[in-house]
Design a protein. Structure first.
Length: 197
């Protein structure tokens, strides 16, 4: 089991990043809450990880904090919630927001995440009540937003598509973004607008 990675961040293509650890590049899927906190390319980063082993693949998921990883592990224990949906949930809601939504039985908030319908939201409340900790679940692994590039808009759209939104939703959410916006800020703003709509 790979529980933690510390190395040089060499690629960022949300929701996947590549971390070079001693010359080996680990592909890691991260929720947007962790992606926002990543340092610039070439900088050192540390992620808490969870390895999912399937017949056709070994998938590594990374998180900014142990608390966020624990929330992910609780999510994938819920019937019908796989690793990709758990990642989408943590991209749409922080670990604290998720814990609050479960505790207050806020089905509307939970079902605003792509791939989560009313029945799945009810299952989340039923199976996670009392199991999610709140307070300081996410800490920064360090760094500042990386510089914007001309491809930022397409990276933002790709990130939204990877999180389960369709082309139309992704295009609408990125339409009003400022031209100089970074990928991390753009995805954050786009997700906010999608949650309102």
């Amino acid at each position: 089991m790979i529980g933690r990675l510390t190395g040089q961040l060499i690629e960022k293509l949300p929701p996947q990043i590549v971390v070079d650890v001693g010359g080996i590049g680990y592909e890691v899927d991260v929720p947007m809450s962790t992606f926002y906190l990543l340092p610039a390319l070439g900088e050192k980063t540390t992620l808490y990880t969870h390895l999912v082993v399937r017949e056709d693949a070994h998938l590594l998921f990374g998180f900014a904090s142990k608390g966020e990883r624990e929330t992910f592990r609780q999510l994938i224990k819920v019937g019908g919630i796989g690793a990709k949906i758990a990642l989408a949930i943590l991209s749409g809601l922080s670990a604290d927001e998720l814990a609050l939504a479960v505790a207050s039985e806020d089905l509307k908030r939970l079902s605003s995440v792509p791939g989560i319908g009313k029945k799945t939201a009810e299952r989340l409340v039923l199976e996670l009540r009392g199991k999610l900790a709140t307070g300081g679940a996410v800490t920064t692994p360090g760094g500042l937003p990386f510089a914007a590039t001309p491809d930022d808009k397409s990276d933002i759209v790709n990130a939204l598509l990877a999180l389960g939104y369709n082309d139309k939703e992704a295009a609408a959410a990125t339409k009003g973004l400022p031209p100089e916006v970074t990928v991390s800020d753009g995805v954050r703003l786009a997700l906010k607008s999608l949650m309102k709509g």
